[in-house]
Ligand binder design. Sequence first.
Ligand code: SF4
Length: 361
Amino acid sequence: MKSFDNSIKDFYRDLARISMREPRLALHFARTALDQREAAARRREAAEAGVQVPPFMIMSITRRCNLRCAGCFVHEQDRPAGNELTMAEIRAILSDARDLGVSIVALAGGEPLTRPEIVDVAADFPEMLFPLITNGSLLDDALLDRLQSLRNVIPVISLEGLEFETDARRGDGVYQRALNTMARLQERRIFFGTSLMVTRRNFGLVTSRRFVRDLVGRGAKLFFYVDYVPIKAGTEHLIPSQAQRDAEPLTMLVLRSEFRATFVASSASEAEYGGCMAAGRGFVHVSSEGDLEPCPFSPFSDTNLRQAPLRVALQSRLLRSIRESGEHLSESDGGCALWAKRDWVQSLMAAPEGAPEDRAA
Ligand code: SF4
């Protein structure tokens, strides 16, 4: 079974390969690949001390958003958008994450650019990579100027397909605005990508050569494919079929061999690593209030980073129980293992009281 660490290494190698025509960018990715190797050594050190540190972290820095997409998993959770981590708290968490060996931090939301100051915080961690998962509609010239001076923050524009699919879910005009943002990023030679929510309906379209060729031609160099999770009741029929999920790993390989871009698919990765990578196995999620959760699609937590440092929180009872649960992490017919088994995850929350065992202190 392939290790997630090796995939992170491959990912950096891919980034350097596809930016060869921009020597300074290629040099930056090559240097970050060295930083990533040191980070991997820190992760191994922590593991020897009993602390499981994932190479990848997702930070949802806000629940606020200027759009109202159908079935948005943030809005479907219907949790109040208050008490967000301050930028100083986010900076402290990133500092802990860097010191523990986390290499990549995806900045998400809500819409992360409703808090544009996050770009300045990320700038202070040049050894880490920050995919910025955005709907692309708030990237103004001032932000583009800032991003042009940075190489460790990568805008990743969310799409659902072409105009029909994207506007149907995200609202009229969102697709054209996203293309306009891509054109401005390309003009400024800023490295960027796209994030695609994969459903049973759009699988064929968003993995097609025609679709990919169009976006590569617009300058996209990074493609994240995230399988649809039916947070909204009654939308289970949109989950990609087993046949589609089985086809993903090979589809990613073929696209990677044909286009000067890199392709990452959530369920393809899980197939490769023996199941769901949440709860710190490969990645972990920080909610906008600082809760450390297994995954954005598994919004449960027994530890908050305002009360416990990351090193301790990663050893929380809930996260450890999920990591050590073996068969529960294999995907079921419902796609996302932890969403399909949310009752089981919730039952773990009912475990006896008490703070996470301070094994690592
Ligand atoms: S842009 Fe993202 S966070 Fe905002 S409504 Fe759409 S899916 Fe939700």
